[in-house]
Design a protein around this ligand. Structure first.
Ligand code: ZN
Ligand code: ZN
Length: 345
């Protein structure tokens, strides 16, 4: 059972099966909504239910009254049902008699200005982001300038290694090794199951279900009760066997031995500012040999547009030769101090 309130005489909670107010005889019209009393549900008698749930009430196009689907003419004014285009569920769609358009409420203006404020903030944020990206770009963007050298140097290195007897240990003796001792040591660990332990755990399980109801408006002053099933859940305790692991060491024989091999020993350095890099004689002992030679070139000076900052840069042999001829060489530099010479690109 649904109920309605009569707006003409203010009678409350009139049964939905009554199409007419029992107090003032006004017929229920399209502006009246039927409601349910969820806390105190009343079921229709067999007799009341006979004509209900068959379709929504139709709206009389002449007097706006709601009429049961069984009525063929409006019980208030007698207009035929065929002329009705709208029912209880489509009462909002029924065209309203022409009325002047509502004046814009003063609240509307404040809403639109609030939106404008929001829109203004977005470009400001974008501008800050753009300036930040621009700043990084400007700092990294190289510009053409000139590097003025105050010193140009070469540096040579001769590596020396010696044939010596060293002591080592390993799981096997390499060729040429002479064993001094050996012993059992831990080589690795085996991760194995030692035993199982029982652990108490809980899981959520379905314990059953119960029926709940929802109510659907029939549009004729009554509601239909629709049952549906809802699952119930609860915690269930169960036991699980969980493995407990131990690390068991694996032993192997480790050998301690001495072996003769070439060991990096020393570096003999030389430097100069002339045009002829020279390797210094390493004065090799009888058990020594050269392991390699290396030359690097460096220039010290400043940028033409930044004469207060002295820098030392490693350069190629080509640039070193150019600087020996002319202490001013073209380069590119950015604001964070990266300098590039043309032949190094
Ligand atoms: Zn009334
Ligand atoms: Zn009517």
């Amino acid at each position: 059972m649904a109920y309605w309130d009569c707006p003409y005489c203010n009678t409350k909670k009139i049964k939905g099966t009554d199409q007419v107010c029992p107090n003032c005889a006004h017929q229920r019209d399209k502006d009246i909504k039927c409601y349910m009393d969820q806390g105190n549900i009343e079921y229709l008698s067999e007799d009341e239910a006979k004509n209900k749930g068959k379709g929504a009430d139709w709206i009389c196009p002449y007097c706006d009254s709601l009429n049961s689907i069984q009525e063929t003419a409006c019980i208030a004014c007698g207009a035929p049902k065929e002329e009705s285009k709208y029912d209880y569920f489509h009462r909002e769609e029924q065209p309203q008699p022409a009325s002047p358009p509502p004046a814009p409420a003063p609240g509307n203006t404040s809403v639109s200005s609030g939106q404008a404020k929001k829109k203004k903030r977005a470009p400001l944020f974008a501008l800050i982001l753009l300036l930040a990206i621009g700043g990084i770009f400007m700092a990294l963007k190289p510009h053409d300038t000139v590097f003025i050298a105050s010193a140009v140097n070469w540096y040579t290195t001769v590596g020396v290694e010696a044939y010596e007897t060293v002591e080592e240990s390993d799981w096997q003796i390499p060729a040429g090794g002479r064993e001094k001792s050996h012993k059992k040591e831990i080589y690795s660990y085996n991760h194995v199951i030692d035993h199982y332990e029982t652990e108490q755990r809980t899981r959520r399980v379905k314990t059953g279900s119960h029926t709940e109801y929802k109510y659907v408006d029939n549009g004729d002053g009554t509601y239909k009760e629709v049952p549906y099933s809802v699952d119930d859940y609860g915690d269930e305790t169960y036991e699980e066997e969980v493995p407990v692991y131990v690390d068991i060491p694996v032993y192997k024989t480790k050998y301690y031995y001495e072996i003769d091999k070439w060991i990096p020993k020393r570096e003999v350095k030389n430097s100069g500012s002339d045009d002829n890099p020279v390797y210094k004689d390493p004065q090799l002992a009888s058990n020594e040999r050269e392991s390699g030679r290396n030359v690097t070139y460096k220039v010290t000076g400043c940028l033409a547009d930044k004469e207060d900052t002295t820098k030392t840069l490693e350069i190629s042999e080509t640039m070193w030769k150019k600087f020996l001829n002319d202490n001013r060489q073209k380069c590119t530099a950015n604001r964070i101090g990266n300098i590039t010479f043309p032949d190094e690109k």
